[in-house]
Design a protein around this ligand. Structure first.
Ligand SMILES: [Zn+2]
Length: 55
């Protein structure tokens, strides 16, 4: 058994062919897509906090 982490090779984002770098809830994606996903989750969390009045 290899101890190498599983590599899918390329980004899981449709139509993105960058080399995958980071694992996210959306899959194994490149650095640029990971940054976009992180920003998306950040804004979603802020919006949820606003909706609950937890500021
Ligand atoms: Zn990508």
């Amino acid at each position: 058994m290899s101890t190498e982490p599983a590599h899918t090779g390329t980004c899981d984002t449709p139509r993105c062919d960058e080399p995958a770098e980071t694992i996210t809830p959306e899959g194994y994606v490149c650095e640029a897509c990971a940054a976009k996903l992180a920003a998306h989750y950040e804004s979603t969390r802020e919006r949820d906090a606003d909706a609950r009045g937890e500021r």
